[in-house]
Design a protein around this ligand. Structure first.
Ligand SMILES: Nc1ncnc2c1ncn2[C@@H]1O[C@H](COP(=O)(O)OP(=O)(O)OP(=O)(O)O)[C@@H](O)[C@H]1O
Length: 639
C-alpha cells in the first residue's frame, strides 16, 4: 500500500471505529411532539448548572488591535445613461433591474471593457461587480455587425464556482437580454441532467454561464460544444475557482478556448483577488487593466509568476480587503461546551424575540449542517400561533440533491425572515436580499473566506451585521484578521445568553428568578442555558439515529478542523480542542467512547507516516530539484 493510501486507511479505520460503534439507545417510536414534551420535562427536572459552566477555560480579555479599515465608496453620481450604452439596455437596467446610478466599480470597469481591454477587477462584496461585466458583454454582443444567431454557439463564457451563483448570474443575463431576444443565455451546472444540457447546447447558447466541472464534462463528452466564436471569457470569483481545486478544469477550459476562435477579452473578478491568482492572470490575460476600487492595485498582480511570494503566510498577511462600511462586525469568545446554547440563544434573540431578521449561519461541514438543522427544527422552532409564525430553519450544502438546493435558495431569497444553516457553498457571490446577520459558528480557513461570508449582508450600501464564534484558544484569529485590515467588536457571552430571560420556556428552578440583583440574574441566565442544553442533549440521546447523526457531525467537524492551513495551525490545532467539551457542542453528553486514547494513537501513527512520506519525497526530489522548482514554483528550502 502506498503511503497516502496508508494514511487514508488509518483515518478511515479510526474514524469508523470511533464513531460507528453500535448505538446503545433503543429507537424511540413516540411522535415528535410527545418526544419534545418529554424532553422539555426532563430538561427542567434535571438541571445541572455545574455541568455547563464549570471547568471551562478562562475567557481572555480581548485587546482590539488598531486597524485602519480600507474604505470603498459604493455609488457615484453618474448614471447608466452617461455610459454610451444602447438606449434599450439603459431602459432595461432602469425598469427591469431597477438600477440607474452606477457604482464605483461599474464606473471604472464598464468603459475599460467597452474599449476592448482585459481587466482584473477587485471591489468589495455587494458592490455590483456582476453588472460591471454583464453590461459590456451585452452591449458589445448586441452591437455586432453580423447579428448574433444561436448557431454561432457561445460568444461569451462566464465561469463561476458554485451552482447557485451560476443560476443567479444566468438570471441577470436573462433580464439584461430582454430587448435583445436574438442573443440566448444558458446555464450549465453540476446536478442538472446532462442530456437536456446537451440538447440546449445543440440548439445554441450565446452567453454560457457554467461551473468549471460541468463545462469540462461537456468539453470532453458533447460534440456540439464549439468555442470557435468565443469573444469573452469571464472568471467571476476567480480566486475561489482556484481554491476549490478547479485549476485542472480551468486548464482544460483554457486549452479548449485557446485552440480556436477570434481574439478574446478576458476578465477576472473577486472581492478578494489573493496572490494565488497571479499565475492565472499571467496565463489568461493580455496587458490587463487593474481595477482595484478601494485603493491602488496590488503591485504584483500583473508581474510574472516568478515574482509570486513563495511563502504563503507572508502572502496572506499582506492582502488587505475592503469591507462594506455599513457592516458591523462582532466576535464572541465562547468555551466549546457553551457554543451550542450560545448559538441557539442568539438565534432566538434575533428571530423569536425580535422581528424581521434573516440569518445565515456558516458551518464547516455538510454533516454538521444536517444535524443542527434537525436539532434546531425539533427543539427551537416552536408552534406557529396567530401572532407568530413558526421559526423557520433552512439548510444548504453540497450533499443535497440539486432540486432541493434550488428550492431552498429560492425559498430563502424571497422570505423576509428565517435562518439558513449552510456550508461555504453559500459564501460566494450569492445575492440574497435583506439578510441582516451572518454568523460564523466555525471560523473560516482564510481571511478572504471571512470577507465573502460576511459579504452576504450589507450589500449595495444596505445595513448588516456579522458575528464570529471563537473559543478562548482561538482568539489569535482576531489579530490574523486585523493583519488584513479587518476589525471586530466584542459581544459578551453572558449578554447573548441573557436573551433566554425573555421567554419562560427555559425557566430554571425559579430559585433566582424573583431576585433582581445582577448576580441572581446571571445565575438564572446560566440555569436557563443549562435547561436549553439539557433539552438538546435529551433530544439527541432519545433516539439511536440522532446519536449517530450527532457523532457524524462531530466527526466531520474534527476532520474539517485538521484542514486549517499551516500558517493558522497555531490558532486552530486539533490538539487544543477538548473533545468532551466539543462533543457537548453537538448535543452529546460525552466524547464518544475511547475517543481520547484512539485519537492520540491515530495522531502518533499519522505523524510517523507523514515523516516517512517526507523522507521519500526528499529522497526522490534531490536529483530533480531544478525540474521540481521549474514546474512547482517552490524554492529549494521549502522542499
Ligand atoms: N448600479 C446599481 N444600483 C443599484 N443596485 C445595484 C447596482 N448594481 C448592482 N446592484 C445590485 O447590487 C446587488 C449586488 O450586486 P452583485 O451581486 O453584482 O455584487 P458583487 O460585487 O458581485 O458581490 P459579491 O462580491 O458578493 O459577488 C445586486 O442585487 C444588484 O442587482
Amino acid at each position: 500500500m502506498c503511503d497516502s493510501a496508508h494514511i487514508y486507511y488509518h483515518c478511515y479505520f479510526y474514524y469508523n471505529n470511533i464513531f460507528q460503534s453500535p448505538p446503545t439507545v433503543q429507537t424511540d417510536r413516540r411522535t415528535p411532539q410527545k418526544k419534545k414534551d418529554a424532553v422539555r420535562e426532563t430538561g427542567r427536572s434535571s438541571i445541572k448548572t455545574s455541568s455547563l459552566f464549570k471547568h471551562n477555560p478562562e475567557i481572555p480579555e480581548i485587546h482590539r488591535p488598531v486597524v485602519s479599515q480600507l474604505k470603498e465608496k459604493i455609488f457615484t453620481s453618474d448614471s447608466f445613461s452617461d455610459l454610451d450604452l444602447h438606449p434599450h439596455l439603459v431602459a432595461t437596467l432602469n425598469k427591469v433591474l431597477n438600477v440607474s446610478t452606477v457604482t464605483s466599480v461599474q464606473k471604472r470597469t464598464i468603459p475599460v471593457l467597452l474599449s476592448g481591454r482585459d481587466a482584473v477587477v477587485q471591489s468589495q462584496t455587494g458592490s455590483g461587480k456582476t453588472l460591471s461585466y454583464a453590461v459590456p458583454v451585452v452591449q458589445s454582443l448586441q452591437g455586432l455587425q453580423q447579428k448574433v444567431s444561436r448557431s454561432d454557439g457561445p460568444l461569451a463564457v462566464v465561469i463561476v464556482p458554485t451552482r447557485e451563483l451560476a443560476q443567479q448570474t444566468f438570471q441577470t443575463f436573462q433580464k439584461l437580454l430582454k430587448p435583445f431576444t436574438w442573443i440566448v443565455p444558458g446555464v450549465l451546472m453540476g446536478g442538472e441532467k446532462r442530456k437536456s444540457e446537451k440538447a440546449r447546447l445543440r440548439k445554441g447558447i450565446n452567453i454560457l454561464v457554467s461551473t468549471p466541472g460541468r463545462l469540462v464534462d461537456h468539453i470532453k463528452n458533447t460534440l456540439s460544444i464549439a468555442f470557435s466564436a468565443v469573444r469573452w471569457l469571464i472568471l467571476d470569483e476567480a480566486d475561489r475557482t482556484l481554491d476549490l481545486g478547479f485549476e485542472k478544469d480551468l486548464t482544460v477550459i483554457l486549452n479548449s478556448l485557446n485552440s480556436t476562435g477570434p481574439s478574446r477579452q478576458n476578465v477576472l473578478l473577486s472581492a478578494t483577488l489573493t496572490h494565488g491568482v497571479t499565475r492565472l492572470v499571467d496565463v489568461c490575460l493580455q496587458d490587463p487593466v487593474n481595477i482595484h476600487v478601494s485603493g491602488p492595485a496590488p503591485s504584483d498582480l500583473t508581474t510574472t509568476s516568478s515574482a509570486v511570494t513563495s511563502d504563503p503566510s507572508t502572502a496572506s498577511q499582506s492582502e488587505s480587503f475592503a469591507l462594506p462600511e455599513s457592516l458591523k462586525q462582532y466576535v464572541v469568545v465562547v468555551p466549546s461546551k457553551i457554543r451550542l446554547v450560545c448559538l441557539a440563544a442568539f438565534i432566538l434573540d434575533k428571530c423569536k424575540f425580535s422581528q424581521n431578521n434573516k440569518l445565515i449561519v456558516f458551518f464547516s461541514s455538510c454533516e454538521a449542517v444536517e444535524f443542527l438543522h434537525s436539532l434546531f427544527t425539533s427543539v427551537l422552532s416552536g408552534p406557529s400561533t396567530n401572532q407568530k409564525p413558526q421559526l423557520s430553519f433552512l439548510r444548504l450544502h453540497g450533499n443535497m440533491k440539486q432540486e432541493e438546493r434550488s428550492e431552498v435558495f429560492q425559498q430563502f431569497s424571497v422570505s423576509n425572515s428565517g435562518v439558513l444553516l449552510c456550508t461555504d457553498v453559500a459564501a460566494r457571490g450569492l445575492d440574497l436580499p435583506q439578510v441582516t446577520w451572518i454568523i460564523q459558528y466555525t471560523p473560516p480557513a482564510a481571511a478572504a473566506e471571512y470577507v465573502h461570508r460576511v459579504g452576504r449582508t450589507a450589500r449595495i450600501g444596505g445595513r448588516g451585521s456579522s458575528l464570529l464564534f471563537l473559543t478562548p484558544a482561538e482568539t489569535a484569529f482576531i489579530t490574523e484578521l486585523a493583519n488584513h485590515h479587518i476589525s471586530l467588536s466584542e459581544l459578551k457571552l453572558l449578554d447573548i445568553l441573557s436573551s433566554l430571560m425573555m421567554d419562560d420556556t427555559y425557566k430554571g428552578r425559579g430559585k433566582y428568578y424573583s431576585k433582581s440583583s445582577s448576580k441572581a440574574l446571571e445565575q438564572e441566565t446560566r440555569e436557563r442555558a443549562t435547561v436549553l442544553q439539557t433539552e438538546f442533549e435529551n433530544f439527541v440521546h432519545s433516539d439511536a439515529q440522532s446519536v449517530q447523526n450527532a457523532k457524524k457531525a462531530l466527526q466531520s467537524f474534527l476532520r474539517a478542523y485538521t484542514t486549517y492551513p499551516a500558517h493558522l495551525k497555531h490558532i486552530f490545532h486539533i490538539r487544543s480542542l477538548h473533545l468532551g467539551h466539543t462533543a457537548k457542542s453537538f448535543g452529546l453528553r460525552d466524547a464518544p467512547q475511547g475517543l481520547n486514547a484512539r485519537w492520540k494513537k491515530y495522531f502518533t501513527e499519522v505523524k510517523l507516516l507523514i515523516l516517512q512520506c517526507k523522507k521519500t519525497v526528499v529522497k526522490w526530489a534531490k536529483p530533480h530539484l531544478s525540474t521540481v522548482q521549474q514546474y512547482s514554483g517552490i524554492t529549494c528550502p521549502q522542499i
